[in-house]
Structures are given as structure tokens and as C-alpha cells.
Design a protein around this ligand. Structure first.
Ligand code: FE
Length: 199
């Protein structure tokens, strides 16, 4: 995909055209398209990624496997699928904050996050996030990263789809995975926002 596509109308028109071709060629049926959209709009979403993060926060052996091979680790939890064949999880620490972008288009780990938010596909986010991440995070997302912390930007592609394992919030000792998962936000897994605080 290129920067030629600008407006949501143009994108919609292009998607419609693609869909027509696939159906015409017999590669897909209208029902298959509808079902796919339904799955990625309603069933697969960041709540699945949140489960994985919560498990990593409570199970060090699982966390090690997640950082080693996120795709395989997610399969242990029954999470896998389209656009998630080569996922890489990046661990935030006191020293390093990770954030993810796709400079070319909008590559995103669907099985753990669902479909990407619109701003993730905008040329502005894609280019500025690489040039001045600290400023974009502060100005566009209201998310201040301390100057003492290094920010690393990861460029997702169709080969490799990154997401972030944020730091476990303080004050959550003894919490269940379910309680912890509720603190994990979509933005925290992209690296553009915090996890929720324990309360
Ligand atoms: Fe992409």
C-alpha cells in the first residue's frame, strides 16, 4: 500500500473493489468476507492480548516463552491466526519503553489485538512516530515518557508483527490473571499509552 490512499472513502472503495475481485475469482464468498469482518470486529480483539500479558505477569516460565517466540506461546492459550504468524513481544523495563508502528502500511498482530485503530494507519503517525516518538506520545497521546527512559520504535511488517509486554503495575501483588488482564489496554500493547493503575 502507498500514501496515495488518503481518505476513508478511498480506502473503502479500494476494499470494496478487492472484495469484488476475490468473490468474482471464486477465492472468497460474500459470506466468508462477512464472517471474517465479524470475527475481527467482535470476537478477536485486545482482550486476547490482555490475557496473554496477564499470564506473562504471573508466570515467569510463560513470560520467557512469550519473549522467545510469541506466536508459539500464544498458541498455548489457543490464540493464533491470520496476521499473527510471526509475532514478537517486546518487554518494557525501567530503562526501555517500546512502541510499535508500521511505517509502510498498517501491519499489526491481529490474533492478540484485533484490527488496528484508524490513527495507526495514518501517514502522520507512521512517519512522525519514527522521527520524534517522545513528542508524538506526549502531544498526541498525552503519554509522557521520562527523559531517563530510552524509547525504542519497532517497525512491524508482514514478516514480523511486534507488540509490547508492558510493565506490571505496582500494587497488584496476589492479583488473579483475570484482574490483571482488566488493567491491560490496547494502547499499552502498542506502546502509546499506559496500563491502568491498580485501584
Ligand atoms: Fe504494514
Amino acid at each position: 500500500m502507498s500514501n496515495i490512499i488518503r481518505t476513508p472513502e478511498e480506502i473503502a472503495a479500494r476494499v470494496k473493489a478487492l472484495e469484488s475481485i476475490l468473490i468474482e475469482k471464486g477465492l472468497m464468498t460474500t459470506q466468508m468476507v462477512d464472517r471474517l469482518v465479524e470475527i475481527y470486529e467482535n470476537e478477536v480483539g485486545p482482550q486476547l492480548g490482555a490475557q496473554v500479558i496477564a499470564k506473562a505477569w504471573t508466570d515467569p516460565a510463560f513470560k520467557a516463552r512469550l519473549l522467545e517466540d510469541a506466536t508459539e506461546a500464544c498458541k498455548e492459550l489457543g490464540i493464533s491466526g491470520l496476521q499473527g504468524e510471526d509475532m514478537v513481544a517486546l518487554e518494557d523495563t525501567d530503562e526501555v519503553h517500546h512502541a510499535v508502528v508500521c511505517t509502510l502500511c498498517s501491519c499489526y498482530p491481529w490474533p492478540v489485538m484485533g484490527l488496528p485503530p484508524n490513527w495507526y494507519k495514518e501517514p502522520q503517525y507512521r512517519s512522525r512516530m519514527v522521527r520524534e516518538p517522545r513528542k508524538v506520545l506526549a502531544d498526541e497521546f498525552g503519554y509522557e515518557i521520562p527523559d531517563t527512559k530510552e524509547i525504542r520504535i519497532w517497525d512491524s511488517s508482514s514478516e514480523m508483527r511486534y507488540w509490547v509486554l508492558p510493565q506490571r503495575p505496582a500494587g497488584t501483588d496476589g492479583w488473579t490473571e483475570e484482574q490483571l488482564a482488566a488493567l491491560v489496554t490496547r494502547d499499552s500493547m502498542i506502546g502509546v499509552g499506559p496500563v491502568k493503575a491498580a485501584s
